[in-house]
Design a protein around this ligand. Structure first.
Ligand SMILES: *[C@@H]1O[C@H](CO)[C@@H](O)[C@H](O)[C@H]1NC(C)=O
Ligand SMILES: *[C@@H]1O[C@H](CO)[C@@H](O)[C@H](O)[C@H]1NC(C)=O
Ligand SMILES: *[C@@H]1O[C@H](CO)[C@@H](O)[C@H](O)[C@H]1NC(C)=O
Length: 421
């Protein structure tokens, strides 16, 4: 009786297993027949697997401002992740299959350009968008259009939401300089030695749209408006009526830049910093406020020991040390701002409080490390490479890669309009 029961139990088990196998097979065949792109995907998987085995990726890089960004066309060694090659994109002439294509925002500034959609075939390669600058209206038009941004799967830029975040220009390097100076420098003495009551407010701008020059800073794109001067320049002009502003750039120029400080000159950067360091305040005004965008000029100020008076998207303020800057947008008019600046520089105790943040070396270290990822292209390239391998390693017919985040366009607004009416 016992043995009989056992046999029945055994049979049930065997049938159960066979049934399960049959069901799996049926489901697999069903799935197979319902995947018209099966072969295409298999082929793609094979290519991807081979790439991953070699731990190597190939990305084609577009042009920034009409030129190939030579500094990033390289083979990058990513340690345990293998290597990635970023090669110049020769517009489809090559007989190679890249893993991805990297395009600069500036390259896409002409929205009517029909080349864009043809070059990006997101079924075949990953498309990555680079937007390091927020050059107002002219150079970041793609960044403002959902249609354009929707073409990309990953992004490299200054926003927290970017796949790989970088700081514009040399932000981090300048901050490291501040950190290295922090213990060696005594700002109380420094201020006494270099600051002069005659050097109140400094501004250096050579924007193509400031309207009173034949400037060559233009990166050869059509300015959106051909009006005589942009709203930032008009606001600085207003400010000049109430406080002494020395303008060294071609916009509203009223002081001569020292020899060697011209825009394209070899040592111009350090001469610029020297000029700035003699002033009480520097007008670190963005041309337009774009979400999360802060240009390098604020870091120049902090590095040079001049108090930046900023106009920038409010979500960037937390990236600066507390008490290190004056937010111009807290004031309702140019005259209010000018009066505030005067009251600060006339009270040296108050003025020096803008340098207190430098004394806390630990806070400084924390701030630099947490707020600013490294900006090197090697880090960017390897990060994209690593993500690529991770994303596609787990790819299979039944487990497609995680959907890419929809890249959203930036919000921008003109912060000066409220002052100009
Ligand atoms: C590829 O990367 C893995 C780590 O993900 C590493 O263990 C392996 O050694 C690498 N292979 C080659 C050929 O570099
Ligand atoms: C800086 O120098 C001043 C005098 O020049 C001195 O009173 C002050 O204690 C110094 N500060 C530091 C942090 O060493
Ligand atoms: C200068 O500023 C300090 C700090 O804010 C303040 O305590 C002091 O009263 C001010 N002095 C004058 C003369 O306004």
């Amino acid at each position: 009786m016992k043995r009989y029961t056992k046999r029945i139990r055994d049979n049930k088990l065997v049938f159960g297993i066979i049934g399960l196998i049959l069901l799996t097979l049926i489901l697999l065949i069903y799935d197979y027949n319902n995947t018209p792109d099966y072969y295409k995907l298999r082929l793609l998987d094979k290519q991807i697997d081979e790439t991953i085995e070699r731990n190597q990726t190939l990305f084609l890089v577009g042009n920034e401002y009409g030129k190939t960004a030579k500094s990033i066309v390289k083979t990058y060694d990513c340690g345990m992740w293998g290597t990635t090659k970023w090669k110049e994109d020769s517009r489809g002439g090559d007989n190679i299959s890249p893993n991805g294509i990297v395009m600069f925002g500036s390259e896409l500034s002409n929205m009517e350009n029909p080349i864009i959609p043809r070059r990006i075939d997101s079924n075949k390669v990953l498309s990555v968008y680079i937007q390091l600058h927020s050059y107002s209206s002219d150079y970041a038009r793609c960044d403002k259009h959902q249609d354009c941004m929707g073409l990309f799967q990953w992004s490299i830029g200054y926003k927290k939401s970017d796949t790989v975040q970088v700081l514009p220009y040399q932000g981090r390097k300048l901050l490291e300089n501040i950190y290295n100076q922090a213990t060696a420098f005594n700002y109380t003495t420094h201020l006494k030695m270099f600051k002069s009551i005659n050097h109140q407010v400094c501004w250096i701008s050579s924007s193509s749209s400031c309207g009173d020059d034949d400037d060559d800073d233009d990166r050869s794109s059509q300015p959106l408006s051909s009006s005589s001067s942009d709203s930032r320049t008009q606001f600085v002009k207003q400010l000049m009526e109430y406080i002494k502003v020395d303008s060294y750039g071609s916009c509203l120029n009223n002081v001569q830049m020292p020899k060697g400080g011209g825009k394209d000159e070899y040592n111009s950067h350090s001469i610029k910093l020297q000029v700035m360091s003699r002033y009480q305040f520097y007008l670190a005004f963005e041309k337009i406020n774009c979400q999360e965008y802060l240009s390098e000029v604020v870091y120049h100020c902090l590095s040079a020991g001049v108090v930046p008076v900023i106009i920038a998207s409010p979500d960037t303020h937390s990236r600066l040390p507390k008490g290190s800057y004056i937010d111009a947008e807290q004031f309702d008019s140019a005259i209010d701002l000018a009066n505030h600046l005067k009251s600060v520089y006339q009270n040296q105790t108050l003025y020096q409080q803008y340098f207190n943040w430098r004394n806390d070396v630990y806070a400084l270290r924390n701030w630099i490390d947490n707020a600013f990822p490294s900006t090197t292209y090697s880090r960017v390239a390897c990060e994209i490479h690593r993500r690529y391998l991770e994303t596609f390693r787990h790819r299979s017919i039944n487990h497609p890669p995680e959907p890419f985040l929809q890249i959203k366009p930036s919000h921008c607004y003109d912060p000066y309009l409220k002052y100009l009416n």
